[in-house]
Ligand binder design. Structure first.
Ligand SMILES: [Zn+2]
Length: 436
């Protein structure tokens, strides 16, 4: 077990971050410059970084501050998971058994499984139950050093349940010390037997759902799923035009299963991010570069779906498109609650460098959420969100799987111990033979 970091005073409650606190004797990977920063100490005041410098200078400037001695450890910005569907009801692990036994996804969906089973299970839960159900997955991400988490709705389908999911996302931010960005995934899947089909549903989203979500103030952005099995370019454009009218930023699930020219669509609307991008072509990459839209890579879904075509990482890199990495934690295609694992998969499966992986879960993930001015790097003026690691080299955070290298998180200037291994989720009824 790692030795606990010594402090000159007992850590104060998370809510009371009013006083100055110094984090000294660190190896700082600020993500502003390449490599380890020459300075070794940070002063946080009211939860924000007030100064970065040498230990003697920082101690002299803040003589009354509590001091946290990081004992030479590697410190990065707190990690940011910029794409998750982590709030949902139900459990689809039995589907994996059925698929491994040879049953097709279509057959499982026809028998009531798939995304609509998650939607049905989600609709049965209250706001507090939705938040509580997500906590084991949240805790796993916190144990990876995550301090900011994006949470999408999208399994609610109907307005009332969508709003409940967004409220559950905000409730999570009151149950755990972390920052939450909530995204309204407006066009995810067409509810069965919806009058007018997908066009009718898009009309309902634009005329009723989006204005209501905007008025609620619960969503930081609007998302959609552009795929042949979901919504067309024209339908998504209608949703995005309405979002623009309502001054909500947009992001898009684009080109995951085929080239729908989703990246170009996202760029046309100045989207914060275009996510997946396995089938994005050269024109799509160029459009992302011109728009400054972040490419969010989701290697967990690529892995679980056993996809063959990786996103055009080399073209994205050459065009200067910022690349972020996220867990895409969701019950259907990426049941993965580890951002460190996503980094490893991005390196192994997509060929990202370790530096790109680290930037992808810090600076570029912040950019993908539109919060770069506040988070994503260790800079004066930003929120003092840090991850303290038990590793020698930054590359070690990408290299291994399952090693649990986090020693400590710091969120808004408050040091927090690394969460223990997450508790198992509330046990559902034991599976019976008929469940198979
Ligand atoms: Zn997604």
């Amino acid at each position: 077990m790692p030795t606990p970091i010594s402090t000159s005073a007992a850590p104060t409650a998370v809510a009371g971050a009013a006083e100055a606190r110094l984090f000294v004797h660190a190896r700082l990977l600020t993500m502003c410059t390449g490599g380890i920063d020459g300075h070794d100490s940070i002063a946080a005041v009211d939860g924000r970084i007030a100064a970065i410098g040498g230990q003697a200078e920082i101690r002299r400037r803040f003589p009354d501050a509590e001091v946290v001695d990081l004992e030479g450890r590697l410190v990065t910005p707190g990690l940011i998971d910029c794409h998750t569907h982590i709030v949902y009801g139900g459990d689809r692990s039995a589907e994996m058994e059925r698929r491994l036994a040879g049953e097709s996804y279509e057959s499982i969906a026809r028998a009531g499984g798939g995304i609509l089973s998650t939607a049905a299970a989600t609709a049965r839960l209250t706001e507090s139950e939705l938040a509580a159900t997500a906590l084991p997955r949240i805790d796993a991400l916190l144990a990876d050093g995550v301090t900011t988490l994006e949470i999408k709705s999208g399994y609610g389908l109907e307005l009332e349940v969508e709003l409940r999911c967004l409220r559950a996302a905000h409730r999570i931010a009151t149950l755990r010390p972390l920052s939450v960005s909530a995204t309204y995934l407006a066009a995810h899947v067409v509810p069965p037997q919806f009058p007018g089909g997908s066009d009718g549903y898009v009309e309902q989203i634009c005329s009723q759902y989006l204005p209501a979500v905007a008025a609620s103030g619960l969503a930081d952005a609007v998302d959609a799923y552009c795929e042949t099995i979901a919504f067309s370019v024209d339908q998504v454009a209608r949703v995005f035009e309405r979002a623009r009218d309502l001054r909500l930023p947009v992001k898009l699930h684009a080109d995951q299963l085929c080239n729908m020219h989703g990246a170009a669509l996202a760029a046309r609307f100045g989207a914060l991010s275009a996510d997946h991008l396995e089938f994005t072509d050269a024109a799509g990459v160029a459009a992302l570069a011109r728009a400054g839209t972040v490419a969010v890579l989701l290697p967990g879904a690529f892995y679980f779906l056993r996809q063959q075509q990786a996103p055009p990482v080399r073209a994205l890199r050459q065009a200067g498109v910022p690349m972020a990495i996220a867990s895409d934690c969701n019950p259907g295609t990426s049941p993965m609650s580890s951002l460190l694992a996503a980094m490893n998969l991005a390196a192994v499966e997509f060929g990202l460098s370790t530096e790109e992986c680290l930037a992808g879960v810090t600076r570029e993930a912040a950019r993908a959420l539109g919060v770069l001015a506040d988070r994503g790097s260790i800079e004066v003026g930003k929120s003092c969100d840090l991850a303290v690691w038990n590793v020698e080299q930054p590359a070690a955070l990408v290299y291994s799987l399952g090693s649990r290298p986090l020693l400590q998180r710091v969120w808004r200037g408050c040091p927090l111990p690394a969460p223990a291994a997450p508790a198992a989720p509330a046990a559902p009824a034991a599976p019976t033979v008929s469940d198979r």
